[in-house]
Design a protein around this ligand. Sequence first.
Ligand SMILES: [Zn+2]
Length: 332
Amino acid sequence: MPSRCARRFAESRPLSRAKEHLGSIAVVRAGLRSLVIAAALLAAASASAALRVVATTTDLAALTTAVGGDLVIVESIVPAGIDAEAFESRPGDLDKLRQADLVVRIGLGYDFWLDALVVRVGNKRIMRGGDAYVDASAGIPLLEIRGQGVVNEGGHAHGVGNPHYWLDPEYAIIITASIAEALVRRAPEHRDRIVANRERFLAELRTRLQKWSEALAPYAGATFIAYHNSWPYFARRFRLNVVGYIEPKEGVAPSPAHLARLISLARTSQVKAILHEPYEPEETSRFMAQKLGVPMLKLAISVGSMPDARDYLALFDYNVATVANALRARNP
Ligand SMILES: [Zn+2]
């Protein structure tokens, strides 16, 4: 590049042919440079134009990424592998919400702590009823419905229904429809890309769903004990049967009497394994597994809660393989 002095010289004096030539190269270079700068500015503008989405959980973050692709910058509030039902928010969570163009939540009391945070942010668009608010439970056929009066009893209590609905992979169809609708509402110019991203994701989901169902089909009706009541949607989809829980109530540690009843129930039901959520205390699950002579299976309850559950589809790859392998080993 010519120095600033050289350029000033070229501008102030009549040019020889050679200098004219050099000058035109300089003009082309300057033109190229401004093109490069323009491209960089454009890239920065489109990055800043990306919608900032805050999802309460890593699962909703993964599904939002699948639908939004490079149109979105997605952050989750609950870190991978942390119990969302017993989560305590941190100061950084408010900053995330202040910058959010869209908020996506599980609902049903599962992420009840979000309400207090959005009130503190004070942005009506990300509150219930706002155009930048998605309650992903909308339209999901719920299990264990308790009636409308029982909401937000506390961190662990399940609210109006069992909130672990993302663990039925078929419900990703409904969840991604809600997310796509909200993204289109915020960025209608990108409708086609959002719709195409979702279709591509759902095509892959359907292929894998077929494989997962085939992998677990030989074990239909197999019985399990789980630590927490996280698996009714997963179990129903794949025709598995969770007959009891180590927690007598969500978030409540078991008494010896409860465990004694559970062991007897497990024996009569011929329980095949203990399903364990990675963030729950392991001792009781291990004790039960030893007592019954069955494996303890750590399953991914959310994206990132086990190392192999890197995204939404990988979560089911991992959980299905873990259950199928354990049952095959017991019943080759
Ligand atoms: Zn729960």
